[in-house]
Design a protein around this ligand. Structure first.
Ligand SMILES: *Cc1c(COP(=O)(O)O)cnc(C)c1O
Length: 590
């Protein structure tokens, strides 16, 4: 057996390696003492995220934020970056979704077994929450790469012997419970996470907060550094993901003081976290030297929301290899050697013959159609233009916009047909999100003689991978400016699936009209009334579908395949987490 040195990537025979050591419950082999020392004691980036999607079967993610965090870990491992990640165990997951025949979402806990995927570390730390001592333990998951790189992901748990039964449940449900429950989770993540890293003797050079949920870690750093804010700022990097102020996590100081005492004096906390309520975004912003938004447009919005702060931008991506389906992986391996670890090479996609692109796509499409048949009982046709829409079911994503005018929809596809597939979970408290699912079920019924439509239950990363590789067209209709980035369209692009999207988030940077895909509605800086904007969106949805998209798909297959190639060579080559992590390394970490 051959292993690789996790620092330099040198292939080694474990029998003969001179340097080896145990680190976080795993054995590693090294080519030199230098590599071994830098692996154990070298400076690390500690990446904190409330949710991380490391594996489709580990249900510790709810949507794009967690999936992005998973892609950060996957690319970080490939690039052999010295990262260690911290998240919550979420032992009962986010939710398992079932949908009744009339479209009502039912929610069940998604219990999973950590010992199947990870190891429990012997070290623990303690916190005082609501006057009680709470022990915090950690499970470690190892994200390994073919390059030898490996990134440990710590899943924090309060389900530890000796804890009060109530406290044992703090790390049960991702985004569950009330405000008090959420605050406790954020204490465990931010402060418990910092203390666990200390207990494990990790030499942390930077703390990267992925969204504001973990920003209480700044308080722990303040306390340890005699309230020296400059020192703390030099240690912290913050990525904001939210373009609207209403969505920021905020806590009443009353609740905060009852839940967490003795961290830093209240007046100091208010200086950084805001005078009336503790704003987790503001706290992170005030105590991080480097802050970024996740697209150009999102940076602009964040600068408007927080004038006077130096907010930069690093555009999101997806992990190229993970989100490329097996048929396209094979094709890229054949024609574009090295693409997986240097996705910018996808720019050479034109070396692949059209027929092979089409063949790979049809295979992926058939896989999806078989899956839809099995799970939703809907038989779809592999020669019909198939449109996909899947993401969290929440109001601003506007999942039902394509049904705004049923007569126009029927007219648009009267000769050249479409079929539609949806998926997505609503948060248990998101009444509007659940209503959207019900509405889609009503439209399925109303359109049953005109358009085949399927809804896939219990959206996961696995289903996302099937959908973003198996449809022909990926539809995205957020209400600007709510989509800070969006990433599912980037997954589609990796599989030659063409984007048809509102110009919001990443698509503002990705869209070249008619070349890399199609836009819905005017550009974000166009001066039009809200009413006109809605009208133009609908005109584009029905008009472009009828006069550009359907004719291209059915009549000029060459032109269609050329656009598929552009998705790969002009979109995927850039919108990936390898490029993104290299930018974090050069701009934020070093
Ligand atoms: C990629 C992904 C998302 C993000 O989708 P957007 O369209 O960018 O919001 C959400 N959920 C899952 C399971 C995903 O894989």
């Amino acid at each position: 057996m051959i292993v690789k040195d996790p620092v330099c990537g040198m292939p080694l025979d474990p029998e003969k390696a001179n340097f080896k050591t145990d680190f976080l419950a795993k054995q590693y082999y090294f080519d030199s003492e230098y590599c071994m020392r830098s692996f154990i004691d070298g400076p690390k980036i500690a990446y904190f995220s409330m949710e991380i999607g490391v594996d489709s079967n580990i249900p510790t993610y709810s949507g794009g934020l967690g999936v992005l965090a998973g892609d950060v870990i996957r690319s970080g491992a490939d690039l052999r970056l010295p990262l260690i990640a911290v998240t919550l165990l979420s032992k009962k997951g986010y939710l398992r979704q079932k949908i009744t025949s009339d479209g009502k979402q039912l929610e069940y806990p998604e219990e999973w077994e950590p010992s199947k995927f990870m190891k429990l570390l012997p070290q623990t730390t303690t916190l005082k929450i609501s006057g009680r001592i709470v022990k915090v333990g950690a499970w470690v998951y190892e994200q390994e790469s073919m390059t030898g790189g490996t990134i440990p992901v710590l899943f924090l748990t309060t389900d530890v012997e000796g804890n009060d039964p109530e406290d044992r449940g703090i790390t049960d449900f991702l985004y569950g419970g009330d405000e008090a429950y959420r605050l406790k989770q954020e204490i465990v993540l931010g402060i418990g996470g910092q203390r666990i890293l200390e207990a494990l003797n990790i030499n942390v050079k930077k703390y990267h907060m992925n969204e504001g949920h973990s920003s209480l870690l700044t308080l722990e750093l303040l306390r340890r550094n005699n309230l020296d804010a400059d020192k703390v700022k030099n240690l912290c990097v913050f990525t904001t993901h939210t373009p609207v102020a209403a969505a920021f996590d905020k806590f009443l100081y009353d609740l905060f003081s009852k839940t967490l005492e003795d961290e830093v004096p209240l007046n100091v906390l208010k200086d950084y976290g805001g005078s009336d309520r503790l704003n987790m975004t503001l706290l992170a912003l005030n105590l991080s030297k480097y802050t970024n938004g996740v697209t150009e447009e999102h940076m602009e919005y964040s600068r408007k929301l927080f004038p006077g702060y130096h907010i930069q931008e690093i555009t999101n991506g997806v992990h190229s290899h993970y989100w490329t389906c097996p048929c396209f992986r094979e094709l890229f391996n054949k024609y574009i050697r090295g693409w997986a670890n240097e996705p910018e090479l996808l720019v050479r996609v034109d070396v692949i013959p059209d027929e092979e692109i089409w063949e790979a796509h049809q295979k992926a499409k058939q896989n999806l159609l078989d899956f839809i048949h099995e799970k939703a009982g809907v038989t779809m046709d592999s020669n019909t233009l198939t449109i996909g829409f899947a993401r969290r079911a929440t109001e601003y994503k506007r999942a039902t916009i394509i049904f705004s005018d049923l007569e126009r929809l029927k007219e648009a596809q009267k000769d050249q047909k479409i079929q539609l597939v949806f998926a997505g979970k609503a948060h248990p408290k998101d009444v509007m999100g659940k209503k959207l699912i019900e509405e889609i079920y009503e439209y399925i019924e109303r359109l049953k003689n005109d358009v085949k439509i399927a809804y896939l239950e219990n959206y996961t990363m696995e289903i996302a991978a099937k959908l973003t590789s198996g449809v022909d067209l990926w539809l995205n209709t957020p209400l600007p400016p709510y989509e800070a980035s969006g990433t599912s369209g980037m997954k589609a692009a990796h599989n030659g699936v063409i984007n048809f999207s509102v110009l919001d988030g990443w698509w503002i940077e990705g869209c070249v009209e008619g070349l890399t895909g199609w836009a819905i509605g005017p550009s974000p800086d166009a001066i039009v009334s809200e009413e006109d904007r809605r009208k133009r969106e609908l005109n584009d949805i029905y008009g472009k579908l009828q006069y550009l998209i359907l004719p291209s798909f059915y009549e000029t297959r060459d032109a269609w395949i050329n656009m598929m190639k552009n998705s790969i060579g002009k979109v995927a080559y850039y919108f990936n987490t390898h490029r993104m992590m290299q930018k974090y390394a050069s701009d934020a970490y070093l």
